[in-house]
Design a protein. Structure first.
Length: 206
């Protein structure tokens, strides 16, 4: 199981490095520019590469979690997160100003699913009081709040109220979701590197 975790961490670390490199090369405003738009830059190929590595890392950690005896729902949520991340990278969003295409729709809804399921997995694991449960609960809560803020501009536009990314820190909010969810995933892996801390009355993972 340790081999799965180490390989999973390596995938996540390499994916993070690719994402940071993409941001440095693009030189866009991270406060207002969403991550998806970095695909249209010269180094845009780093985006699907990064997301695919995140997906691989999630799959490896999910398998380690399954072998540890975790509940199948928690394992399934991690798998869904990884699959969604892969789809986000495989189907690019539409360039700004163009109508929503099939690729753009898959990209958008896969991202929403990914943003939704990781906090659920984190809260379920925190409820079981595994190691780092407190941090996992805190990061999951921040991710949920940030996800609500991500959805706000779409809801506002549905009512015909114009709201551009220049009027709302969409980039910052989106990055908050991504960073906190990667943090949850990392904590899931770290919690299995050492024996779990269980307290009397704590619900079991299995």
């Amino acid at each position: 199981m340790k081999g799965l975790l180490v390989t999973g961490f390596a995938a996540i670390g390499t994916g993070t490095g690719a994402m940071v490199t993409l941001h440095a090369e693009a030189g866009l405003d991270p406060m207002h520019t969403v991550i998806s738009e970095y695909a249209f830059q010269a180094a845009g190929w780093l985006l699907p590469m990064s997301l695919t590595l995140f997906a691989a890392g999630a799959a490896l950690i999910a398998e380690a979690l399954r072998r540890s005896g975790a509940h199948r729902w928690v394992v399934g949520l991690l798998v869904v997160w990884g699959m969604s991340m892969f789809l986000v990278g495989a189907f690019p969003t539409d360039p700004p100003g163009l109508p929503l295409s099939v690729s753009g729709g898959i990209h958008r809804y896969a991202a929403f699913v990914a943003f939704l399921v990781m906090p659920l997995a984190g809260l379920l694991l925190a409820r079981a009081r595994i190691r780092y449960a407190g941090w996992m609960r805190a990061l999951s809560a921040v991710a949920v709040v940030a996800l609500v803020m991500v959805v706000i501009p779409y809801v506002v536009r549905m009512f015909g109220i114009p709201l551009s990314n220049d009027d709302f820190p969409a980039g910052l909010v989106q990055r908050t979701v991504v960073v906190t969810e990667l943090g949850v995933l990392a904590l899931v892996g770290l919690s299995m590197l050492r024996p779990p801390v269980r307290r009397a009355g704590a619900p079991a993972l299995a």
